[in-house]
Ligand binder design. Structure first.
Ligand code: FAD
Length: 445
């Protein structure tokens, strides 16, 4: 049996480990990895950008992982065509692979809205190690940066740029507050307060309409203490340090919807992700908000499975189709898909897709499930920097937000997942005494 896996991140690595578990048989495994790096944690890219972690420290597995597992790895090459009839995959370098079962673990790519200047040198997204590397090289040379997007990735990028030494970092947010899909007003204000302590600035109810470039003269947003750019140099991290004169094509600022101009030598576009569905779609596979899969994570193409950010899942709480976009889900799906590739028939249960956690400086935030509902209870204690919002639907805890201190998050999450009646424990839950609820036996049932 020859298993081919396209994509070498959370879902791909989890699948390989499952296929190589005892009982997996003496199969041949080939991984096609679009990126040249050993698999790494995307969630920790902001730490690399901030200079707080070395690239090697965010590796998922040791560099010799695939060799030890007897897996063939094609690194830094993309699969360009899937021929399900012939059970063949064509690679960009001209190679062809035949498979018995295939896993699409192709993830997602960052969205770059088609705005004027969005392809200019100095305009980045933050999705890959190459992005983080290029961003940190440019961050050392600029004094002003703009981040377009007040979601999790945008805010992580903004803080990382600040920590990397960029003097002025401004986040342009389309909505009236930060993290509008993850947090309520109070929790968002706590995050905003913390980021402002670091010197990050915010502009709300605004969007970027254009990225403007230098014309060879002095540019705003660039350090004036370095050398000159060499002709034709690209700001993708390969040039010499410093930057007094800016060649045409390099970012010098952004224009907002209301025509305000902000100086910027660097911009990060953080406007969400788009599932990588192209291989499946072009081969005739069904695609909705991601590649459509059945409960065994099998696509509509024979012997082709899919897992991770590239698929559509049904949210457990809302019953709505959404694209899967969480690390833990990608990993879990990689395991389920591989088990099914081995013929074990393991049905993947509808996941909880509204589950976010992040840390900004000293402020932790976690939100799970519904953020609004018929009954909402809050506790706000500025002294201990603790904020809790519990959303009930009848007797069930349907969702929650924790900000500041997030102890017991695992218990609240388990209660949301279990759907058990816990309303009688409202005081303990709001007070953070989750131990009382856990020992009451509700968790075990
Ligand atoms: C900055 C940042 C912070 C994040 N923080 C969090 C967090 O705190 N919590 C959380 O849950 N999630 C977080 N995420 C999201 C998380 O990283 C993703 O959910 C997760 O990486 C998805 O894993 P995946 O294996 O499905 O795909 P991906 O990680 O997207 O990897 C897919 C891989 O497939 C490769 N590929 C695609 N197409 C092809 C092809 N045709 N041929 C060959 N290779 C191909 C790509 O190059 C890529 O390497 C964050 C993401 C980013 C960018």
């Amino acid at each position: 049996m020859h298993f081919v896996i396209i994509g070498n991140s959370a879902a791909g690595v989890a699948a390989v480990e499952t296929l190589r578990r005892p009982g997996g048989g003496a199969s041949e495994i080939t991984v096609v990895a679009g990126e040249p790096e050993t698999a790494y944690s995307r969630c920790l890219l902001p730490d690399v950008l901030a200079g707080r972690r070395a690239e090697a420290s965010i590796r998922l597995r040791p560099a010799d992982f695939y060799r030890r597992l007897g897996v063939t790895l094609f690194s830094g090459v993309r699969a360009v065509e899937l021929q399900p009839g012939e059970k063949k995959v064509l690679l960009k370098d001209g190679r062809e692979l035949t498979y018995d079962r295939l896993l699409l673990a192709t993830g997602a790519a960052a969205v770059r809205p088609e705005l004027p200047g969005v392809r200019a040198d100095g305009v980045f997204v933050l999705r890959t190690m190459a992005d983080a590397r290029a961003l940190s090289a440019v961050a050392r040379r600029v004094t002003a940066a703009v981040v377009a997007g007040g979601g999790l990735v945008g805010l992580k990028a903004a803080l990382a740029l600040k920590l990397a030494g960029v003097a002025g970092v401004t986040v342009v947010v389309a909505s009236p507050r930060l993290l509008i899909r993850q947090l309520d007003e109070r929790a968002a204000a706590m995050v905003e307060g913390e980021l402002k302590e670091f010197g990050v600035q915010f502009i709300y109810n605004a969007g970027v309409k254009e990225f403007i470039t230098g014309t060879g003269g002095r540019a705003s947003g660039w350090r004036q203490d370095g050398g000159r750019f060499s002709p034709g140099e690209h700001l993708s991290g390969h040039g010499p340090d410093g930057g007094r004169e800016l060649p045409a094509g390099c970012l010098s600022g952004v224009v907002l919807d209301d025509s305000r101009e902000l100086p910027a030598g660097l911009a990060v576009v953080a406007k969400g992700v788009r599932p990588e569905t192209e291989l499946a779609a072009r081969a005739g596979g069904r695609v909705g908000r991601g590649i459509k899969v059945d409960e065994y994570l099998c696509t509509s193409l024979p012997d082709v499975f899919a897992a991770g950010d590239c698929i559509e899942v049904t949210d457990r709480l809302t019953g709505q189709p959404v694209n899967s976009a969480l690390w833990t889900l990608a990993f879990e799906q990689g395991r389920f898909a591989a088990a099914n590739m081995l013929g074990q028939r393991r049905a993947y249960p509808a996941p909880l897709t509204r589950l976010n956690s992040a840390r900004f400086g000293a402020v932790d935030v976690i939100s799970v499930g519904r953020l609004d509902g018929p009954e909402v209870f809050t506790l706000d204690d500025p002294l201990s920097r603790t904020y809790r919002r519990l959303v009930f639907d009848g007797d069930r805890l349907a969702g929650f937000i924790l900000a500041g201190r997030v102890d017991g998050a695992g218990v609240y999450t388990a209660l949301v997942k279990s759907g058990r009646p816990v309303k009688q424990h409202i005081r303990a839950l709001l007070g953070g005494r989750t131990g009382e609820v856990a020992v009451s036996g509700l968790m075990a049932r």
